[in-house]
Design a protein around this ligand. Structure first.
Ligand code: UTP
Length: 294
């Protein structure tokens, strides 16, 4: 039986250039949707999937991510003294008991593949998850990663989250070719990074959730720089599927691409409309704004 995933890697060392100037000082992953940063949503997803070791690949400028998961003694004391117990609980339970956070520095932003490789020593020889926090996935039922972890348990295959994208958008994604889907899952036969629409093998795009076999590390070590001069995770996955089964997984849930301005706006509106206290007023604001002539 396949070992259940326990370790989740969060590559958060990118430069976040699409959100400059905000990302001069605030890492993209710390941008909030209502009152929680993007990274918290991804962490909660990993914990729901059964992970107890969270590995953050950061760079030397991203203290904010480590600070966020660290204990905030002074703030906790102030909240306690002020009797703000509800807020105190929120601050204290950023990570539940029994879950540990490990920080690894990626010395140079050499790409997503290189960032994942930085986790090798901590992950060791077991299957593990990779989550890109700027892909925020919302679902009423089990989270996307939990669905994928269950699929990995059932088949032993590496599992990659995919979704259909408009044909003219293939150039923004890793695109897969697959066999016939059985339910949500299909064996991947090919994967290409950011193909032009006329060269894309399908419209099925990889999104930021992976359950990977540890063999990916040796393949990443052998991978040279690819598209954009970076070490691409896609290239190592293309090698992996030559020797091991890698499945595409159409998760249940709605993905927001919070690496783009519009995606962040959409996610904020969605989460406001889902929020018990905010839903009514947010709906009114939206209706009023749409009716305004400006
Ligand atoms: P992106 O392609 O979204 O790049 O990286 P980015 O730097 O975060 O954002 P833009 O495009 O400049 O606005 C995909 C994921 O890989 C991580 C990023 O942090 C993000 O989670 N990454 C990328 C690294 O950790 N290291 C790298 O060298 C590159």
């Amino acid at each position: 039986m396949t070992q259940r995933i326990r370790k989740a890697v969060f590559p958060v060392a990118g430069l976040g250039t699409r959100f400059l100037p905000a990302t001069k000082t605030v890492p993209k992953e710390m941008l909030p949707i209502i009152d929680r940063p993007l990274i918290q949503y991804a962490v909660d997803e990993a914990i729901e999937a059964g992970c107890d070791t969270l590995i953050f690949i950061t760079n030397r400028y991203k203290h904010a991510v480590a600070d966020y998961f660290d204990k905030a003694y002074e703030l906790e004391q102030k909240l306690e003294r002020a009797g703000k117990h509800e807020q105190l609980e929120l601050v204290r339970h950023v990570l539940p008991k029994g879950v540990r956070a490990v920080f690894v520095t990626q010395a140079e932003a050499l790409g997503l593949g290189h960032a994942v490789l930085c986790a090798k020593a901590i992950v060791g020889n077991e299957p593990f998850a990779v989550l890109l926090p700027d892909d925020l996935i919302w679902n009423r039922g089990h989270s996307a990663l939990k669905q994928m972890a269950d699929a990995n348990q059932a088949t032993g295959a590496s599992i990659i989250a995919v979704e259909d994208v408009p044909h003219d958008k293939t150039g923004s994604y890793g695109i897969v070719a697959t066999d016939m889907f059985e339910g949500r899952q299909a064996c991947i036969s090919a994967i290409v990074e950011k193909p032009k629409p006329e060269e894309a093998p399908s419209d099925l795009a990889v999104v930021g959730r992976y359950v990977l076999s540890p063999k990916i590390f040796e393949l990443l070590e052998a991978t040279g720089t690819g598209a954009g001069g970076e070490i691409q995770l896609t290239d190592a996955i293309a090698e992996l599927l030559k020797t091991e089964r890698v499945d595409a997984f159409r998760f249940e849930g709605r993905r927001f691409d919070c690496g783009t301005h519009l995606g962040l706006v959409e996610a904020t509106i969605r989460f406001a409309l889902n929020n018990e206290k905010l839903a009514g007023p947010a709906r009114e604001v939206l209706q009023r704004m749409l009716a305004e002539d400006c």
